[in-house]
Design a protein around this ligand. Structure first.
Ligand SMILES: Nc1ncnc2c1ncn2[C@@H]1O[C@H](COP(=O)(O)OP(=O)(O)O)[C@@H](O)[C@H]1O
Ligand SMILES: Nc1ccn([C@H]2C[C@H](O)[C@@H](COP(=O)(O)OP(=O)(O)O)O2)c(=O)n1
Length: 234
């Protein structure tokens, strides 16, 4: 029997780091859908397409050769035969990505690919050999996989999320580092929330607030929700 775990949440709530660890512990594949929007952004810039030209960006993304390596021990992202796993984390991509993520034709194309990947990992012969997948992003619990076995919203206070991102990007959470991070957390969430609802839990979605938890405690909390949800389902 396959298991699909869907996790949404705002920037810096811990979706990527927590989902990877949860997938490893459960032997499931791991799909970072945000990385797909980042890859599309990187590719459009690489190909010299103006991000404001929504038709041109959508056409480019429809033909984009994107490979997501779903092994949670070493996820990778390849676009047009280039390994962009590190490049898509750069601040230039973080700043620009909402312009691509709010392009509804791009969303339709990436949604199609995300649903196909989730279905594929529930089939024998895939990386997960049918065991299933943890997929995370902004609209997984609501749009991409509303029928997932487990649906979870990972939240944390704005203060905690800014401090985490500042430590990650600038190696410090002093006032200057937090201010330098504000655009890629607060402004981006405001822009992104125009097209996906990830600030409050939809019906049937369990909220885990990680503000006062460290990474290990958050992973344990999420694993607890998975166990209880599957046990209740029988
Ligand atoms: N519960 C937590 N406590 C402390 N730091 C965390 C926690 N969860 C994640 N982090 C750290 O915060 C940063 C952002 O986490 P990340 O998984 O990239 O969030 P998201 O994918 O939601 O944007 C990472 O450096 C991560 O190690
Ligand atoms: N399912 C998704 C996943 C991400 N996005 C958007 C929202 C974000 O601005 C970008 C990048 O997502 P990502 O999860 O990498 O962002 P973080 O920096 O980890 O917060 O893509 C989306 O619109 N829908």
């Amino acid at each position: 029997m396959s298991i699909v775990v869907a996790i949404d949440g705002p920037s810096g709530s811990g979706k990527s780091s927590v989902s990877r660890r949860v997938a490893q512990r459960l032997g499931l594949a791991y799909l970072d859908t945000g990385a797909m929007y980042r890859a599309a952004t990187w590719w459009a810039v690489h190909e010299g397409v103006d991000l404001a030209d929504t038709g041109a960006v959508a056409a480019l993304v429809r033909d984009m050769v994107l490979v997501m390596v779903v092994d949670p021990r070493g996820p990778q992202v390849w676009v047009g035969g280039i390994d962009v796993t590190a490049a898509i984390r750069e601040t230039s991509v973080s700043t620009a990505v909402s312009a691509v993520a709010t392009n509804l034709d791009v969303r339709a194309e990436l949604a199609r690919r995300q649903r196909a990947e989730i279905a594929f990992q529930c089939e024998p012969g895939s990386w997960a050999d049918g065991r299933g997948i943890v997929a995370e992003g902004r609209d997984i619990t609501t749009v991409i996989a509303p029928d997932a076995d487990v649906r979870l919203l990972l939240t944390a206070s704005e203060e905690a999320r800014l401090a985490r991102r500042a430590r990650e990007v600038h190696g410090s959470d002093d006032a200057a580092a937090v201010e330098a991070t504000r655009d890629q957390v607060v402004r981006r969430d405001a822009d992104d929330s125009a097209v996906a609802q990830f600030l409050t839990a939809a019906d049937g979605v369990v909220t885990v607030d990680s503000s006062a938890l460290d990474l290990d405690q958050t992973v344990d909390a999420v694993l607890g929700v998975v166990e209880r949800t599957l046990a209740a389902r029988g």
